[in-house]
Design a binder for this molecule. Structure first.
Ligand code: 6PG
Length: 248
């Protein structure tokens, strides 16, 4: 049985982002210094704040950036310099400011056709994590967001991608966006050692209540339950205002 998610409520989005930066720093410093520390990033507004915070002190100096390897949980089908690119958001807010070797930055090559990009990224994950058939990568830390419809990464409600168990990366067509997306699959996320959802804003309060306190299964975010890892929700008080349970 996966462990119960732990919900942490903070005053506002800035406090959520700061707590996430502290946790990344704590985990990276506690990890084996002889091993890479792999982090999967997400798009979205709260991560943007997180990346900006990480680019300043004390994190800039404290985090062993040369050991960090950055990956992306999902991407839009655009080149890396496009305004919609999740990679570009991290490049502009964080990568330009920190001493991370370029070989440690593993972006999704979303300038390719979406299914080719998914294949290429799966190949990159297999190479980096030295995976045998049937194995999934184990990220040391994965950041995820959630939309008001309960989607996470680019796993949208009713998508065939939700049932994918073989592939590590897929390129589903997302009807409501009229676009392809490229996303890691549930199995990959659920193999993470530590997952933090970052959710802020009152427009997500009702969905968050249903995801955390309603019946299981209706929302993609509910499918994220690490098999052998920790699951934390870092939320602000606006997003958590309808929750009954005790946040920390
Ligand atoms: C993306 C995401 C996506 C995001 C949620 C929440 O690329 O858009 O990875 O899943 O995390 O839509 O985004 P916000 O935090 O901006 O609401």
């Amino acid at each position: 049985m996966p462990p119960q998610p732990r919900v942490h409520v903070f005053a506002d989005p800035a406090a959520v982002a700061r707590a996430a930066a502290d946790e990344l720093s704590r985990l990276a410093l506690a990890a084996d210094p002889g091993e890479p520390f792999s982090v999967a990033l997400s798009g979205g507004s709260t991560p943007r704040r997180l990346f900006a915070i990480l680019a300043g002190e004390p994190y800039m100096d404290a985090i062993p950036w040369e050991r960090l390897h950055l990956f992306w949980g999902d991407e839009r089908p655009v080149p890396p310099d496009h305004p919609d690119s999740n990679y570009r958001m991290v490049a502009n807010t964080l990568l330009d400011a920190i001493p991370i070797p370029s070989a440690n930055v593993h972006r999704i090559p979303a300038e390719l056709k979406a299914d080719r990009a998914a294949e290429a990224y799966e190949h990159e994950l297999r190479r980096f994590f030295d995976l045998a058939d049937g194995e999934a990568p184990r990220f040391d830390l994965t950041f995820m967001g959630m939309g008001a419809d309960g989607h996470t990464a680019s796993l949208f409600p009713d998508s065939e991608a939700l049932a994918e168990t073989e592939r590590l990366v897929v390129a589903p067509w997302v009807e409501k966006l009229d676009s392809y997306r490229i996303t890691l699959t549930c199995n990959v996320f659920n193999n993470s050692a530590f997952i933090i959802f970052l959710v802020t804003g009152g427009d997500k309060a009702e969905t968050l209540r249903q995801v955390l306190e309603g019946p299981a299964g209706g929302f993609p975010a509910q499918l994220i339950r690490p098999i052998e890892g920790q699951l934390h929700w870092y939320i602000d008080s606006a997003a958590g205002r309808l929750l009954k349970g005790d946040g920390e």
